[in-house]
Structure formats: structure tokens, C-alpha cells
Write a protein that binds this ligand. Structure first.
Ligand code: ZN
Length: 504
């Protein structure tokens, strides 16, 4: 029996607003698409939370034994400043401001994005397609929608006809966001005289490029560039099929972006493209929405280094990952120094138990004697699966891991004896604790990979300090000691000029 059969998953589907039993289209396989970043600026923390959510979801699906094809795109053209097909292309604008080629902008911020993803231990998706790499497909689907009477061309641009779509699909527009087409008619700005759209609810599939527009491709309607929504319809269905299992993204993309994705795919292929829509919630700072205009939005790098005015100090990427996982993905997540400090302490506890459980060795032998302790430990192992299978509840899973950590500490302190549990139960405890910490939640030991480097660097500095002291250059010797102390490295002078260090 596969793990995904033993621990059936439930998922809150944004389409129904309910928790539903998850059944993949092809048994044992899951296709998942997540809207990736628009690479015109440094990736912000809200985006990082979205990608961390879907990283954890794909990790758990794999842990359960599913084969997962995870597609996360890069938006490198077509995302205009306003979601309503107005304003400049975000990448084109940045290129103009920085006097660079748009592809230089794309390269710079894609690299930044990948660096941040690595820092958070967010695994790369199976496929990371780009919008500019799929212009041909976007032109083709636009032609199909025109042929079906669901889109129209005006002066070199093509728009999706929302009213017509709604009539043909028995009012399917709004199915995801719960918006009603009549209400949409009443809200928002009226079309001005120059607007080419027949109806203000229509959205662009293809835009004509003005002579000054740098990013442009030939099309049956003249030179232009694709609309934002169409790229995701093309890239998701190209790699996952016309109907696929999971589509994810941040809550802010539900409308209009995801609503338009559904309309385009349903319009072109006559079937709803996605079985389960999953949306991750927003970040707040001290209870307020995180936003640039409020000055309370910080970049991941500022959070790691503690360089934003709202932060008392920096927090390591793994501490932040742990902090984010302490909330369910569908809840808002509030950043504050107190909460981050508490997360730092909590994560240290889990790490300490990780080290202990790796070092403990069972005395060997013994078959299960079904002691109370054995039952409790087995129940905790079960709960890890149950909580994660319950709509990927990382918050509850961490609570179970804390409980496991205190049992592990009991073995170390002698409060409980390993002889009370069979080798089999002990190895299950070990495998479950490590598996959920590292593989499912992606929480690596803090110093992993950097420890040897850090240790080597400090030793070089200690050698230099010893030499300075022999040469009676006390100014330099003190400076090395003080500057190391300022960044949390405490040097201790022992007998005969020996030196040791500790990290604060
Ligand atoms: Zn998208």
C-alpha cells in the first residue's frame, strides 16, 4: 500500500471553498502549476511565502509516494503595471529606467529570485518555463479563441469577450473569485473614449506594440506582445495537459488573473482546466498589510541581515522558513520581532532534538512490548502524516514535532529509557522526525554546508591574532577580537597563548 493511499489527503479547494478529498487524475501522479514571479524587481517576502507553501506541498506529495510534475513559470513579458491592461510593461519600464535591455533585467532578477529560493531551501520546480519562450503558443491559442467567437481584434490588439464567454458557459465567469458579471459591470472605471475594448470586463490576450515598445514579436495582428493571463494558460496546459490536478498561487492572483486563466482554457478546450485551486494568504507586519507605501515591506535579504528599520536583528533563512510554516498557508502571517524571536527559540529546540535523535543508539534487540511509551511514540509518528494530510497543516505538524522533541530529550536526560521501546519503534521515531523536519518541511540544520567554511575562516583569523600578539601589535590583536565579537564570535584566550572560540 502506498503512503498516499494510507494517508488520504484533503485539500481546501478555492473553487468550492471547501475541504475536499484529493484524488489525482492519474493514480500516483500529480501535475501542479504555480504562477511564478514577474522578474522586474527583487523578490519580496510575500512571494517567498507563496513559493515556500507550494514547495512544502510538492515535498509532501513526493514524500507520500506521488510522482509530481511541478511547473512554476517565470513572467518575463506581458505583466502590465495595472492588472487592467493599462500602463507600461513592468519589465519594459524597468529596462527604460535602468537603461538596460529588458533581457538584462530579466536575467538579473531571475538570478536574485533563484538565490532567495536556494536560501530558503525551496527546491527548483520540475519545469520553469518563460513567457517569452512560449509566444508561438500564445498566438495560436489567441487565434483559436477568435475562431470560436470568444475574442476579437481591434487595431492590432486582441481582447477576450467576457460577456460572450459567460453566455456560452452558463455564467462560468466568476466561478473562482465568486464575482458576478453584473456586479463587475457596475464596479470599476468606465471605459474612456480611446479604449478599444467593447466591454470594460474584457481583457487583453495580445497587445499591439507602439513604435517605442522594445519587447515585441510578429503576429497575425502585427507586432505586439502577449497579455499577462494567457501565458499561464499556455504553459500550464502545455506541460500538464488540458486538465491538471493543482493550480496554486498567492491569494491576490485569484482575480483577475486566475479567473481569466480559467476562462481562456475553458474557452479554448471546452473543459475546466484545474481540479484543485490552492491559494496562499498574505503577510502582515505588526498587524498591518505589508506594502511598500506603508514602508513596512522588507526584502528577504533585509530580513536575513536585520537591516530594515522595523527589525531588531537578522534572522536566518531557516528560522524564517520555520516561522512561516508555523501558520497554515491559508491564514495571514504576521511578522513582528517578538514572533520572530520566539520562532528562533522554537527552531533551536527542534534542531537540538534533531542532533540528539541522530546520535542516540538503541541498545538493540527487543520486540515490541507495547508499553505506553511505545504507543505514544507510534501515535505521534502517525499524527505527523495525519496533520500534513489534513490540508497540509504545517502548523499542527510542527506542534507534533515539538511533542516528539520532548520525548527525544527525555531519552537523552534519562527521564525515559530506550529499553522501554523496541528498536523498531525507535527507528520509526528517528525516521519520522528526520523525514518530516528535513524532507517534508525542508528545515535543514542551521550550519549545514557553511560550518566548515566558518570554522576555517575563524581559525585563520585566530592565527593572525596570535602572530600580532607575538609581534606585540596589540592594536591589531584587539581589533580582531573586538570585530569578531561584534558579529557574534567570542574568542577566549587560554594558557600558553592558546585560543578557542564560541558562537553566540
Ligand atoms: Zn499565472
Amino acid at each position: 500500500m502506498k503512503l498516499y493511499e494510507k494517508y488520504p489527503l484533503t485539500v481546501t479547494n478555492s473553487l468550492s471553498g471547501k475541504k475536499e478529498k484529493f484524488e489525482s487524475i492519474n493514480p500516483g501522479f500529480v501535475g501542479m502549476y504555480v504562477c511564478g514571479p514577474t522578474v522586474y524587481n527583487y523578490v519580496h517576502l510575500g512571494n517567498a511565502r507563496t513559493f515556500l507553501t507550494f514547495d512544502t506541498i510538492s515535498r509532501y506529495l513526493r514524500f507520500l509516494g506521488y510522482r509530481v510534475r511541478y511547473v512554476r513559470n517565470i513572467t518575463d513579458v506581458g505583466h502590465l503595471e495595472s492588472d487592467a491592461d493599462e500602463g507600461e510593461d513592468k519589465i519594459g519600464k524597468k529596462a527604460r529606467l535602468e537603461q538596460l535591455e529588458p533581457m538584462e533585467i530579466v536575467k538579473r532578477y531571475t538570478e536574485d529570485f533563484h538565490t532567495v529560493m536556494r536560501e530558503f531551501n525551496i527546491l527548483p520546480p520540475s519545469i520553469e518555463p518563460t513567457a517569452t519562450g512560449h509566444i508561438v503558443e500564445q498566438v495560436r491559442i489567441t487565434q483559436e479563441l477568435i475562431a470560436k467567437g470568444l475574442a476579437y481584434e481591434v487595431n492590432g490588439s486582441v481582447y477576450f469577450d467576457v460577456k460572450q464567454y459567460n453566455q456560452l458557459t452558463h455564467n462560468a465567469y466568476g466561478i473562482l473569485s465568486g464575482r458576478n458579471i453584473e456586479e463587475l459591470m457596475e464596479s470599476g472605471r468606465e471605459l474612456d473614449a480611446q479604449n478599444e475594448k467593447r466591454d470594460k470586463r474584457d481583457f487583453a490576450l495580445w497587445k499591439k506594440a507602439s513604435p517605442a515598445h522594445i519587447m515585441r514579436w510578429p503576429s497575425p495582428w502585427g507586432d505586439g506582445f502577449p497579455g499577462w493571463h494567457i501565458e499561464c494558460t499556455v504553459m500550464s496546459t502545455k506541460y500538464l495537459g488540458e486538465v491538471f490536478d493543482i493550480h496554486g498561487g498567492g491569494m491576490d492572483l485569484k482575480f483577475p488573473h486566475h479567473e481569466c486563466e480559467i476562462a481562456q482554457a475553458q474557452g479554448a478546450n471546452d473543459k475546466p482546466p484545474v481540479r484543485y485551486w490552492i491559494h496562499s494568504n498574505m503577510l502582515t507586519v505588526n498587524g498591518q498589510k505589508m506594502s511598500k507605501s506603508l514602508g513596512n515591506s522588507f526584502l528577504p535579504s533585509e530580513l536575513f541581515a536585520g537591516t530594515h528599520q522595523l527589525l531588531e536583528r537578522g534572522y536566518s533563512p531557516m528560522t524564517v522558513r520555520f516561522f512561516m510554516l508555523q501558520s497554515h498557508y491559508s491564514s495571514t502571517l504576521d511578522f513582528s520581532n517578538e514572533a520572530l524571536n520566539a520562532a528562533d527559540k522554537g527552531f533551536k529546540k527542534l534542531n537540538a532534538a534533531r542532533e540528539i535523535v541522530q546520535q542516540l543508539t538503541h541498545p538493540g534487540g527487543g520486540t515490541s512490548t507495547h508499553t505506553d511509551l511505545e504507543k505514544q511514540l507510534s501515535a505521534l509518528c502517525e499524527q505527523c502524516y495525519q496533520t500534513m494530510s489534513d490540508d497540509f497543516n504545517t502548523a499542527k505538524t510542527l506542534a507534533v514535532l515539538f511533542e516528539m522533541a520532548s520525548r527525544i530529550n527525555d531519552f537523552k536526560s534519562g527521564n525515559a529509557s530506550l529499553s522501554l521501546v523496541s528498536a523498531e519503534v525507535f527507528s520509526r521515531l528517528q525516521a519520522t522526525y528526520l523525514g518530516f523536519m528535513q524532507e517534508v518541511l525542508g528545515l535543514l540544520p542551521e550550519t549545514s554546508g557553511n560550518h566548515a567554511l566558518l570554522d576555517g575562516t575563524i581559525r585563520v583569523l585566530m592565527e593572525l591574532r596570535k602572530r600580532a600578539r607575538t609581534e606585540k601589535n596589540f592594536a591589531l590583536s584587539d581589533r580582531i577580537r573586538d570585530e569578531l565579537k561584534a558579529i557574534g564570535v567570542q574568542l577566549k584566550d587560554g594558557k600558553d597563548g592558546e585560543m578557542t572560540y564560541s558562537l553566540e
